[in-house]
Design a protein around this ligand. Structure first.
Ligand code: NAD
Length: 242
């Protein structure tokens, strides 16, 4: 495919390449994204209601019961060829790292070291009162068993995930700085409909997009490759010499 060769050449020329990933890179690991027609979570529920800070504050026990199956599926998923290809590109020095909107830790499970998780992660929960932490898998077992979800201090644990209505973590500032200085930003598997992450894209000097469907920022990209991340990324890594 000519576009893959073109992007591989852009990757080799670039001295500083950043990758921005979204839910689409993990669909081949069995985790539904939000907006794919037919399969996206949005077709079954409204994430802005389910995964919102007001929903958690209004009814924390109900919040945890509703998200438990989805969080468990994400926490137990395994990386796919797309995640592994990006980890290889990082090791080869062809990308600086990944800014991810995903909360599934699949980049790290594939061996990536430089990952900015701008929407948080599912590895643990924390108490908003005293800051105590617990591992997510054990906590999800407590939810499923109907046990108490309270910390010793009396408050209910919450996820390390950025809910609608939450502020983004400090690492978003790093992502912003990196997007501004990079030579090339490669977006993988994101509709780029979620702000402020989508605002990183116009900051980059050059942009490439690998996505099944169209995105909000296709008009900014020199290369747009339509296809599965799990097929395109290994082909890209091979074409770039990795
Ligand atoms: P999105 O659902 O808005 O967009 C996903 C995009 O990926 C779509 O445009 C779709 O065409 C494309 N896509 C689907 N499968 C693909 C594949 N195999 N290869 C290439 N492209 C593919 O997702 P988003 O832009 O990341 O925004 C949704 C928000 O939901 C994010 O903030 C993210 O935190 C959260 N989310 C995360 C996960 C996860 O951690 N795996 C899953 C669902 C939602």
């Amino acid at each position: 495919m000519d576009e893959i060769k073109k992007l591989a050449e852009m990757l080799r020329q670039s001295k500083d390449t950043l990758v921005l990933t979204g839910a689409g890179i993990s669909t081949e690991s069995g985790i539904p994204d939000f907006r794919s027609p037919g399969t996206g979570l949005w077709t079954r529920m409204d994430p802005m209601e389910l995964l919102s800070r007001p929903a958690l504050e209004r009814d924390p026990v109900g919040f945890w019961r509703r998200v438990e199956p989805m969080f468990r599926q994400m926490a137990e998923a395994r990386p796919n060829e797309g995640h592994y290809a990006l980890a290889r590109l990082e090791k080869a020095g062809l990308i600086r790292g990944v800014v991810t909107q995903n909360i599934d830790s699949l980049h790290q499970k594939a061996g990536a070291n430089v990952v900015l998780e701008v929407h948080g992660h599912l590895r643990s929960v924390y108490c908003p009162g005293c800051g105590a932490e617990e591992d997510m898998p054990a906590f999800l077992d407590r939810v499923a068993a109907g046990e108490s979800l309270q910390c010793r201090c009396g408050q209910i644990f919450r996820p390390h995930v950025v809910l609608f209505g939450d502020q983004l973590p400090e690492c978003f500032n790093t992502a912003w700085r990196w997007a501004r200085v990079c030579d090339l930003l490669v977006v993988v598997g994101s509709s780029l409909e979620v702000a402020p992450v989508c605002w990183l894209v116009p900051e980059a000097k050059r942009v490439a997009i690998i996505n099944m469907g169209s995105t909000q920022c296709d008009y900014l990209a020199e290369v747009v490759i339509r296809g599965r991340a799990g097929e395109i990324l290994p082909a890209l890594a091979a074409a770039a010499g990795e």
